[in-house]
Design a protein around this ligand. Structure first.
Ligand SMILES: NC(=O)c1ccc[n+]([C@@H]2O[C@H](COP(=O)([O-])OP(=O)(O)OC[C@H]3O[C@@H](n4cnc5c(N)ncnc54)[C@H](OP(=O)(O)O)[C@@H]3O)[C@@H](O)[C@H]2O)c1
Length: 262
């Protein structure tokens, strides 16, 4: 069935790829972006590929921008917009942690509440949160970002059970991507180094930490976004989606090993 899908942070990366895949599957997609330029680029892409995809700027932290969705009949909301901050919990500036929560968690909840008004009134809809493998397990020096994804997992699980209590046919699902090459991981892993001053507890280990990050990304990052986009599309189209979807497949072993260790 054709659905109206609204996605945040769709100007780049996974959000852009998922928007295009959903439009190619025949859905009407509102691919919202962080800035105007990204929206223009997407509109141009949609026009030249005959896709039913509209795009406009929606900074999720701006109340004024969020208000634009009030009158759209959204069947599926995909909370994809995100930023990633890194650094040790022992010393990271807590303002940065707050900022990370503002974008990844609080703004997404505010957008969700707005979309839910219409969904509950129409007694149908789905809310999908793009979480991460690091919503299930924490990684050293990525603590601030991991915290936001753990919070998203908690919010989605609670919301799903609440919507079941309400009985209004509202579905809630989480997508847990592993490392995909979109530039996001390079940015997130890199920003801790520009924030670590000579006073950092870890200053003497900067070179080895950088080398370790590079090796990890080289070994684990997947360039083909298709496997995770498939999961996003499956969750968006499902009548009763699973609570969690993840990709790539090898993540299952890592998550299971991690849970066994706990
Ligand atoms: N790539 C991975 O390996 C991976 C793994 C697990 C989870 N994820 C999650 O997947 C989602 C998409 O990430 P990605 O890899 O596709 O990276 P990305 O290309 O950087 O996508 C994030 C998007 O969110 C936008 N954004 C940032 N702040 C925003 C705001 N205030 N309002 C609206 N949009 C905003 C960014 O805009 P600008 O580009 O203009 O800043 C960007 O378009 C994120 O939630 C991320 O946490 C990614």
């Amino acid at each position: 069935m054709k659905k109206n899908v609204l996605i945040s942070g769709a100007g780049t990366g996974l959000g852009r790829a998922a928007s295009i895949a959903l439009a190619r599957n025949g859905h009407r997609v509102f691919a919202t972006t962080f800035d105007e330029m990204q929206a223009e680029e997407l509109k141009h892409f949609a026009a030249s590929n005959a896709l039913e995809l509209e795009s406009f700027k929606l900074d999720v932290t701006s109340e004024q921008d969020r208000e634009q969705i009030r009158d759209i009949e959204i069947d599926v909301l995909i909370n994809n917009a995100g930023i990633g901050y890194s650094g040790s919990i022992a010393e990271v500036d807590v303002e940065l942690v707050r900022e990370n929560f503002e974008v990844n968690v609080f703004a997404g909840i505010e957008l969700t509440q707005l979309a839910l008004k219409g969904m509950i009134a129409r007694r149908r809809g789905s809310v999908i949160f793009i979480s991460s493998i690091v919503g299930r397990m924490s990684v050293p020096f990525l603590g601030p970002y991991c915290m936001t994804k753990h919070a998203i997992e908690a919010a989605a699980e609670a919301l799903r059970a609440e919507m079941d209590v309400l009985g209004a046919n509202i579905q809630v699902a989480l997508i847990e991507p592993g490392p995909y090459y979109t530039g996001f991981n390079q940015q997130i892993m890199g920003n801790k180094f520009s924030w670590m001053s000579q006073e950092s507890y870890f200053y003497d280990q900067l070179d080895s930490l950088k080398a370790q990050d590079e090796d990890t990304l080289k070994e684990l990052e997947t360039t083909d976004l298709g496997t995770i986009v498939e999961k996003i599309v499956a969750a968006a189209e499902a009548k009763r989606p699973d609570l969690r979807y993840f990709a790539p497949e090898w993540l299952l072993r890592i998550v299971k090993d991690h849970e066994a260790e706990k």
